[in-house]
Design a binder for this molecule. Structure first.
Ligand code: PGA
Length: 307
């Protein structure tokens, strides 16, 4: 059977309207053009599809079969076109992601990998503190947020995708470095270099020491993990940071992870969006990518790979 999709679409319209005139109006064609195409289709099929009784037209038995199939073909074509549009959407468009300061250490790597797989997308990344993230979620601004703990007071759809162990760091030559299972109580006398209030890491540390009934002394405050690592290296105090902020410092031996009882403090990374937010195809693809593949693109120091 030789027929074109165009002929099928014309036939479907005539059959549905049972009128050449209405089909011609619907398709913005002349009435003779429509009847000529239908004639050609009937020729291709080898059977009449309509019968004419007076001024009215009716579908023949073959016409009724053809009508059912033409509707099914139109439905499948629409479905295919929707899917292709969604796939195209994944390869263009904008993706805006906001991440907590600490997540900035790996978010760039994830976005770079995702960008390699999805050409022609425009990415914007905001690395900011928890309070700003909370405000952005209130305003429904970013497509997706990555943070260490879903915020309270705003409804979100959050999914955990990777462990976030917090470890205690000291300069390489520190007297405790090399000791095994140092009791937590030992650190009640120590002074720590800590993140600013509002940092998720800082909240988690306070909650951990409270839970274990040990005092925690905040010494100097800093707004970046990089600054904390440099301060610890310079001997300004001990630090507690996410393992995701450490790599080179351990490789080069500038900092050591102390072996402390009940450490690491186990946290998780979450990817989330405001509840009810409809994700764009690109944002959905990025979320799936993070949930399924994030750990394989994020390098961790030896001994933490399986966390
Ligand atoms: P940060 O950590 O806010 O200390 O950078 C991320 C988080 O816990 O949300």
């Amino acid at each position: 059977m030789h027929l074109t999709l165009r002929q099928l679409a014309l036939f479907e319209s005539v059959a549905r309207n049972l009128s050449y005139t209405r089909a011609a109006e619907e398709l913005h064609l002349s009435q003779p053009a429509v009847s000529m195409q239908v004639k050609q289709l009937e020729g291709n099929v080898g059977m009449p599809l309509f019968e004419h009784v007076g001024k009215k037209i009716y579908l023949t038995a073959a016409g009724k079969e053809m009508y059912n199939y033409s509707r099914e073909i139109a439905r499948l074509l629409n479905e295919a076109s929707d899917i292709i549009e969604a796939l195209k959407g994944m390869h263009r468009g904008k993706l805006s992601v906001s991440v907590a300061t600490t997540a900035g250490h790996f978010a760039t790597r994830l976005l770079a990998e995702f960008a390699k797989q999805h050409a022609n997308i425009t990415i914007s990344l905001d690395i900011t503190n928890r309070e700003a993230l909370r405000w952005q979620l209130d305003e429904n601004e970013p497509d997706l947020v990555i943070m260490g703990q879903p915020p309270s007071g705003v409804e979100v759809d959050a999914e955990a995708f990777m462990a976030n162990p917090l470890v205690m760091i000291a300069p390489a030559n520190h007297s405790l470095s090399g000791q095994k299972q140092i009791p937590l109580s030992h650190f009640a006398q120590e002074s720590f270099v800590v993140r600013e209030s509002g940092s998720g890491t800082r909240d988690a540390i306070h909650r951990f020491f409270d839970r274990h009934g040990v005092d925690f002394n905040t010494g100097i405050e800093m707004t970046s993990n990089e600054a904390i690592k440099q301060a610890v290296e310079a001997g300004l105090g001990l630090g507690i940071v996410s393992i995701h902020t450490l790599e080179l410092e351990l490789e080069t031996g500038r900092l050591k992870i102390l072996d402390v009882q009940d450490f690491p403090i186990m946290r998780k990374w979450y990817i989330l969006q405001r509840k009810g937010k409809r994700l764009t195809p690109v944002a959905q693809a990025f979320k799936d990518f993070v949930l399924e593949q994030a750990p394989q693109f994020i390098r961790l120091p030896a001994g933490f790979q399986s966390q």
